[in-house]
Write a new protein. Sequence first.
Length: 149
Amino acid sequence: MNVSQLMAAIEALDAHDALACKLTLDDWKKVGPYLSQRFLNTGDVLMTEGDLSRELYILAEGGLEVTLRNHLITTLAPGMVVGEGTFFSGHERSATVVATGPGVAWGLSWDKFEAMSRQHPRLALDLCRGVAAVLAVRMREAVLVGHFA
C-alpha cells in the first residue's frame, strides 16, 4: 500500500476543513494495514444516502460530489475526509457521494478502527482527533447555512 500518496494529499490540502492530524510517514505505514483502497471511476458511488456502512474515506486522488436529496452540497478534493458523521454515530448516511473522475479513496471501517485502537492507541487517537475536528467544522457550517436538521 502506497500510503505516501495519501499522506501527500492530506499535507497538500489547503482547506478550512482539512484533516489536521500530525501523523508521520512511519505512522501512516502503521495505519496503512487497517485501511482499504478503493479505486474510483467517473460516476462510481462511494456512499449512498440512507446506507448504514460505518466507514470513512480519505480521498487521495480525484474528486467527489456530495449530494443531499439530489442537490449538490459540495465537492471534495484530494486530502479531504468524507463519511465522518456515520463513522462516529453509526447512523445512516446523510448524503450520496459520487466520483467526478478517476481517483483513489482510502477507507477505514469502524471495526478496523477498533482493532487499530487496540494495537496503536496513540495513532488511533491522533487520527480520531483530526477527523473529529473536520466533523466539528462541518457541523458548524451546516448550522450556519441551515443544512442542519
